[in-house]
Design a protein around this ligand. Structure first.
Ligand SMILES: C[S@@+](CC[C@H](N)C(=O)[O-])C[C@H]1O[C@@H](n2cnc3c(N)ncnc32)[C@H](O)[C@@H]1O
Length: 240
């Protein structure tokens, strides 16, 4: 998979997302988790909104961002310039000539979502083999003891149209089953003066937490206790 899943909303991505997420607060929490670690991989960096906040708070971080969306990456390049190494790569085939202390996904390739009485993984990668491979490719790019942080998202909830002058944004979310597999379909829309000017549908696979954690264990990760629902942290086991 290497298509641009977000092209249809690239013109209004920042305007929509920034009103729904406090990137500065996420950056502050992440920096506490990074500690003194410097080499960071953002899996699905998008337009770079979170990285921008991280670098404002801690300019010496060495951040690499990957994404499959050329339209969002172009915006990341425009706002972050040479402060960050950017690559158009699918995490399933991640191949970089460097190693990292931390990899994280903030609504990128994967996110955890609260489904009422349970936590699910929402994954832009749809096939199980490919998800397993994505975890393995991240593990291959982490130093021993390196950590993978998967941040929680509210992407499983619809957002009613929110007005900003003449422009309105909305997201409708539907959950459905196909052949025993559970999916989310997110339908993002932007209207200007009542006329639809941008639309993107994104499909995500939903997986039970227990199942995902067995996949992560198979890729060499173990869960690290962390007393917050904002993020789940997995540590790469040292090679024996
Ligand atoms: C909802 S956006 C989040 C972007 C950014 N992390 C943020 O917080 O604004 C999801 C991003 O993940 C990227 N993505 C999805 N699947 C991916 C994959 N397999 N490899 C790399 N990036 C991926 C999408 O292209 C998109 O830019």
């Amino acid at each position: 998979m290497s298509t641009d899943l977000y092209q249809g909303m690239s013109d209004f991505y920042n305007a929509f997302i920034q009103r729904n997420r406090d990137y500065r607060a996420i950056a502050i929490e992440l920096l506490q988790l990074f500690g003194d670690k410097q080499d960071i991989l953002d899996v699905g960096i998008g337009t770079g909104l979170l990285v921008e906040q991280l670098l404002l708070l801690q300019p010496e971080l060495q951040i690499t961002g990957i994404d499959t969306s050329t339209s969002l990456l172009a915006q990341a390049k425009a706002s972050l310039g040479t402060q960050v190494d950017l690559y158009c790569q699918d995490v399933c085939n991640l191949q970089l000539d460097k190693m990292f202390d931390i990899a994280y996904s903030r609504g990128g390739a994967w996110a955890f979502v609260d489904d009422g009485d349970t936590i699910l993984l929402a994954s832009h990668i749809l096939e199980l083999d490919a998800i397993q491979q994505s975890f393995a490719r991240v593990a291959a790019h982490l130093r021993d003891g390196g950590r993978l942080m998967i941040i929680s998202s509210n992407a499983n909830h619809s957002k009613q149209d929110e007005f900003d002058g003449e422009v309105s944004f909305g997201r409708t979310v539907n959950k459905h089953w196909v052949d025993g597999e559970q999916y989310l379909v997110l339908d993002y829309m932007c209207h200007r003066q009542g006329v639809l000017t941008g639309r993107q549908k994104v499909r995500m696979r939903l997986l039970e937490l227990e199942y995902v954690e067995s996949m992560l264990r198979a890729a060499g990760f173990r869960l690290i206790p962390y007393d917050s629902t904002e993020c789940r942290i997995y540590q790469k086991e040292s090679a024996k």
